[in-house]
Design a protein around this ligand. Structure first.
Ligand SMILES: NC(=O)C1=CN([C@@H]2O[C@H](COP(=O)(O)OP(=O)(O)OC[C@H]3O[C@@H](n4cnc5c(N)ncnc54)[C@H](O)[C@@H]3O)[C@@H](O)[C@H]2O)C=CC1
Ligand SMILES: O=C(O)CCC(=O)C(=O)O
Length: 300
């Protein structure tokens, strides 16, 4: 049986099930010095995005009891994965569980931008009635360009096409079986999309895929949605493009630093914001819980 540290919370039913299976669960968020001191006493740690497991933590616990790191989610950018594996610690994630939830948030942000939902909720609370200022656009008939065409993007594409959008995508890997959507080059996507939504992992060595050069190539009045990772869009270049009017609006769930301290970005009147909640639905967390149970069963 395993001693498991649940560092960033998890679905209550899944936690109960792990306990019923005989595992010992401790539900507690630890900071880096505490992780370095205490993580070696556990067999497994389960994290979401808040806990970072970097080289210094891995070095402190290498050769201890710790056998498995489970990322309750998709992105592994908060864990030094290959270093952990080099040190004999397995790393697993739960990649399938949250795709529908992230796709729904993406679509919600597109509506929010198109119809000023995010800002009218603020100004009306201040007693304003800016009816004339909030002349929106329809999503129907617009071109949605998806950067990355994996699990989440495919769910976005299906929903967007039902709304009457033309969906195009670009990916570094050829994707078969999606003839209803057009695969294009990144450049063509950037030049022709009315909405651009990113669905790729953040890779430090690659850096942002939308920077000043890409913003300059876009249609005037384009909308940007980022429910992937903060680092995939250069925040300063985005602010510049919002200020110049090149970008009509941006919806952002993920930030270069979280919680974000980029005041220019989070107070911008053309930005629809959520605090990294793409996977934060009851359904996604329940499915993630089931995937976690399967992972623990594989190892213990
Ligand atoms: N906002 C949130 O709460 C959540 C965010 N995410 C983020 O969404 C990302 C995507 O998740 P999935 O769709 O499940 O992953 P996936 O692995 O199924 O799809 C990612 C796709 O992006 C492609 N790709 C990678 N780099 C690329 C590049 N530079 N240009 C074009 N294509 C590229 C890959 O070939 C792959 O097809 C995750 O890596 C994670 O960072 C995931 C879950 C929740
Ligand atoms: O677990 C979370 O809160 C974030 C989800 C996420 O970003 C992911 O699964 O990659």
């Amino acid at each position: 049986m395993a001693k498991i540290l649940v560092a960033d919370g998890m679905d209550r039913n899944a936690a109960k099930e792990l306990t019923n299976m005989g595992h010992e669960l401790v539900i507690e968020h630890l900071d880096v010095p505490e992780l370095k001191r205490e993580l070696g006493n556990y067999d497994v740690i389960i994290v979401r995005s808040a806990t970072k497991i970097r080289k210094e933590v891995i070095d402190a616990v290498a050769g201890s009891n710790l056998k498995l790191i489970i990322r309750a989610g998709v992105g592994l950018d908060n864990i030094d994965v290959s270093y952990a594996r080099e040190k004999g610690i397995a790393v697993e994630n739960t990649p399938k569980a949250s795709s529908a939830s992230v796709a729904e948030l993406t679509i919600a942000h597109m509506f929010s931008l198109a119809r000023f939902l995010y800002i009218s909720n603020v100004t009306m609370r201040d007693g304003m009635w800016y009816k004339k200022a909030y002349k929106g656009i329809e999503l129907s008939g617009k071109t949605l360009g998806l950067i990355g065409f994996g699990r989440i993007a495919i769910e976005v594409a299906k929903r967007a096409s039902v709304l009457g959008m033309k969906v195009i995508y670009t990916d570094i890997i050829t994707k078969d079986g999606y003839d209803e959507f057009s695969c294009v080059t990144k450049e063509e996507l950037i030049k022709t999309s009315d909405f651009i939504s990113l669905h790729i992992p953040f890779i430090k060595e690659v850096g942002p895929v939308l920077s000043e050069n890409e913003f300059n190539m876009m249609k005037d009045g384009v909308y940007i949605v980022n429910c992937a990772r903060g680092g995939v869009v250069d925040e300063e270049a985005l602010i510049k493009a919002l200020d110049s009017g090149k970008v009509a609006g941006a919806a952002i769930d993920v930030f270069e630093e979280e919680p974000t301290k980029n005041k220019k970005l989070f107070t911008h009147e053309k930005v629809s914001l959520t605090p990294h909640i793409g996977a934060s639905t009851k359904e996604a967390q329940a499915r993630i819980g089931l995937e976690i149970i399967d992972k623990v069963k594989e190892y213990f």
